[in-house]
Each structure stands twice: as structure tokens, then as C-alpha cells.
Design a protein around this ligand. Sequence first.
Ligand code: PRP
Length: 186
Amino acid sequence: MTINKDVERVLLSSEEIAAGVKEAAKWLDSRFAGTTPIAVSVLKGSVVFFCDLLRAMNTPVQMDFMTVSSYGASTVSSGVPKIVMDLSQSPHGRDVLLVEDIVDSGRSLEKMRDLILGRGAKSFTAVTLLDKPSRRKVDIKADYSCFEIENEFIIGYGLDYNQCYRNLPYIGVLKRSVYEKQDENK
Ligand code: PRP
């Protein structure tokens, strides 16, 4: 496999990710047995994980999408998550499975949990591919995290820097020279 020139090292290979996705799907199938949840992808970062996760699950699900933005074009969270695109249906009385790529400060997850439960969802479950507990600003945790990681700037498998690298099939650590150079120009 060719590694992108801006990647310092591969943190999680596509094989490791696939194994993590399979485990998560098994856990979710058992949690949602006998139900048809609304699975919500938090765009754009979670979309790659969402597609793989849902296809690894046996539970029938409905799909929906939401866009919450917290990073803008920088490498640090602005601290104010904004709902840019809302769900297409009401979660009232429904089991909701929120799918995130990463939980960092936890503010986006908190905002979505409060919003969805506030609209009368029957239950709220959050699954994340990656968890960065060292960066947490609010006391919240996904119900299931595939991988706990250190505080490094990572890209690939949905995660971006300046909207690039989302289609890398692995998760890599971005070379500092890439974002230091660009952030200096802001
Ligand atoms: C990222 C990620 C989460 C959120 C996590 O989204 O997808 O939604 O930040 O950060 P938090 O825990 O500090 O709130 P981002 O705003 O970068 O948009 P994107 O998914 O389009 O990349």
C-alpha cells in the first residue's frame, strides 16, 4: 500500500479498522436486538465509518444525517459546535444510534445528545471510531469506542485536514510541517 506523502506514520491500518468495526457491529447488534433504530451519521467525518459499520450490522436501521461543525479550518476545536444541517425526521419515540468518527472535547456529542433526547427520542446510543479522552472538556463518553488514541493530529478514513485526506483507507498521523505551514498563513 502506498502511504500519502503528508503522513508521518500509520496509526491504524485498514485491517485494524475493519476488525474494530466488526466488534462494534457485534456489540450494537446485541444492544439493538428487536428494534429498528435511526442511525445518524455526523457529517462529514463519520461517513466512511458509518457506511462500513452499518453494513457489518445485522440490525435493520434507518439512515439519517446531521452536520455539526466544530473545527472550521484549523486543527483545534473552536469550542462552539453548530448544527449546520439537521435530521430529516423527528427522533420522537425512536431509538437513535449516533455514529461519530471522533470524540475530542465532547462538545459535539453533548450537543447532539441533548438535542435528540430533548426532542423525545426513546433512547440515545453513541458509537465512535476514535476517542481522545485527554482532550475532554465536558464529562461525556460514547457508549462504545473502537479505539482510544493519544492527542495527535490524525487524518484518513473520514477525518480531514482542510477537507483533504478523508478518503485514505487508513488513519495516519499528519506531518506537523503540513499544518504548521498552513496555520502560519492564516
Ligand atoms: C469533528 C468530528 C466530531 C467533532 C468532535 O467534526 O467529526 O463531530 O469534531 O469534536 P468535539 O468532541 O471537540 O466536539 P468537525 O467539526 O471537524 O467536522 P467534520 O466531521 O466535517 O470533519
